[in-house]
Write a protein that binds this ligand. Structure first.
Ligand code: HEM
Length: 508
């Protein structure tokens, strides 16, 4: 009966039938290896599908017979625009599991309550913030080089690129969004007694399914390592946030709020805490303060770190592209001077490389929405892109906008597997097919924040160092990319362990 209803809800769009739904909690728990007799797509389904040739059509369905909701997966630009646009037919999920874990926040709320949150946060995202991001990224980069004593070395081995980039991006979001002082040697990423903040944030990401599935009492009864780890991670982060919120409240009370200086401090954290203190129509509850603090800390670092990981790996693989970036840096900074925020827009090669890295390895592989009333979805021809017919999708159905599928759709991106940064300014692609930062009213508020940070990091690094990877004997760059990046990539955990080497440039 469940299957029958599910098939009706998706208007019999072709796809797979399975035991557990694509986004169901139980589906995250059960092994996907049981597929042959107990089909379970699992948490990493989008990447697995991509590695084996992608979904059959630009619209596909995944309908469960045991647990979870029917899902429609969309892999075309046209469908992405329809779903992520301004229409009221689609919204964020009514029961977003993340809200229970992190608290009510701007990312997960549905349209009406979301407006208040955006209103509180918007003023903080200004050019003043992006200039600060640039300045802090410069300071942190120099501090990293000094502390790690890179200036005394001709080459530096980076056994785990992810650890380096994550520490960098946590420090930047801490100082620019929250005004927490941080240096490379005394980093905010290292606070915490039992577990460092950096480790806690990683555990939250890796073991989110455990937190979602385990009831509270399980933590007191079962001695499992994963439960203990997740509990320590969540309690450390929440303790840290509560302490910081209390301190900020005291600071804001002691400052005169009508003072011109204080008014000028439209920082992200100040705005969140002030929205709770000032009351009124746009007041935040305690729970909303926690939820937004958490989401800003989290969304503000992890995605940028992943982008830097894919960017640096791809530039290490495609040395000719790295050379083009280096030539541009030399041209913009002819005397070897440090880059300034005013130079930001001039680094077009790096911008194209970042966009291309995000196309191939988008930090969010898919975006979730819910159908709010029965709706017609256009079905396009895979080759021409012409609308062929429509299907009627029932209210309550879960929509997955498959960013990975769209980014590898040859209709939008010819030769999609190839890292080709020039495609972004040679007129060969429609930029609207890029969904890395989302689209429409819920598109990423931190886009320019992260682009300023990633650009500054990349310019500082590539000006002085060449990035290299160790290819196995006889291995081509494409084979390395497949072995180390694509095959290890995981929808929840991002890219696998990447080791690279920074080699000092000869002109140094
Ligand atoms: C490369 C880095 C980043 C990527 C790839 C990224 C990606 C995204 C995507 C795809 C969305 C849309 C989600 C959806 O439609 O369901 C989003 C929303 C959001 N991002 Fe980012 N993001 C990045 C950096 C940041 C940073 C640095 C911040 C904050 C400092 C941030 C804060 C947010 C917030 C608050 C939203 C929710 C916007 C809303 O619903 O109004 N992001 N991001």
């Amino acid at each position: 009966y469940k299957l029958w209803n599910g098939l009706k809800a998706v208007d019999y769009v072709p796809g797979i039938c399975c035991a557990c739904g694509m986004r169901s909690r139980l589906g995250f728990l059960f092994p996907t290896r049981l597929r042959s007799f107990f089909c379970n797509p699992g948490a990493n389904y989008i990447w697995e599908k991509q590695r084996t040739g992608g979904f059959e059509g630009e619209i596909a369905s995944v309908v469960p017979w045991l647990h979870g909701k029917p899902v429609v997966v969309l892999s075309s630009m046209e469908a992405m625009q329809q779903v992520l646009g301004y229409s009221d037919d689609f919204d964020k999920l009514t029961r977003e599991p993340g809200t229970a874990l992190f608290g009510t926040n701007v990312v997960m709320l549905q349209k009406e309550p979301w407006k208040k949150h955006r209103r509180v946060l918007n003023p903080a995202f200004s050019n003043k913030l992006y200039a600060l991001v640039w300045k802090e990224s410069m300071r942190m980069f120099r501090d990293m080089v000094d502390t790690e004593a890179w200036d005394k070395k001709q080459s530096v081995d980076i056994p785990l690129l992810n650890d380096l980039t994550t520490k960098f991006t946590i420090n930047i979001v801490a100082s620019c969004a929250f005004d927490f002082p941080s240096t490379w040697s005394n980093s905010i990423a290292s606070v915490g007694d039992e577990m460092t903040l950096q480790k806690c944030l990683k555990v939250v990401l890796d073991d989110i399914a455990v937190r979602l599935l385990a009831p509270k009492w399980a933590y007191y009864i079962f001695p499992f390592g994963a439960l203990k780890r997740v509990d320590t991670a969540f309690s450390t982060i929440f303790r840290f946030m509560r302490a910081q919120i209390a301190l900020r409240r005291e600071k804001l009370v002691s400052e005169d709020m009508s003072d011109e200086d204080t008014q000028g401090k439209n920082t992200i954290f100040n705005n969140i805490v002030k929205a709770n203190m000032e009351g009124g129509k746009f007041a935040f509850s305690e729970e909303e303060v926690i939820g937004n603090t958490f989401i800003m800390l989290f969304a503000g670092h992890e995605t940028t770190a992943r982008t830097l990981n894919s960017l640096l790996s791809l530039l290490a693989l495609y040395q000719d592209e790295q050379d083009k970036v280096y030539q541009e840096i030399k041209q913009i900074l002819p005397d070897g001077r440090d880059p300034t925020f005013e130079d930001f827009e001039s680094f077009t090669q790096i911008r194209n490389c970042i966009q291309e890295a995000m196309r191939l390895y988008p930090p969010f592989v898919a975006l979730d929405r819910e159908v709010m009333k029965d709706v017609q979805l256009g079905v396009t021809n895979k080759v021409t892109g012409e609308k062929e017919h429509s299907v009627v999708i029932k209210k309550g159905t879960h929509i997955v906008v498959n960013l990975l599928g769209i980014h590898y759709n040859p209709r939008h991106f010819p030769d999609p597997e190839t890292f080709k940064p020039s495609r972004w300014d040679d007129g060969s692609v429609n930029p609207d097919a890029f969904g890395g930062f989302g689209q429409g009213p819920r598109a990423c508020i931190g886009r320019k924040f992260s682009l300023a940070e990633a650009t500054c990091f990349a310019v500082m690094l590539l000006r002085d160092w060449r990035v290299e990877v160790d290819l196995a004997e006889g291995e081509t760059p494409q084979q390395w990319q497949r072995r180390v990046l694509t095959d290890k990539v995981n929808g929840q955990r991002g890219l696998g362990p990447i080791s690279v080497k920074f080699v000092r440039r000869k002109s140094q």
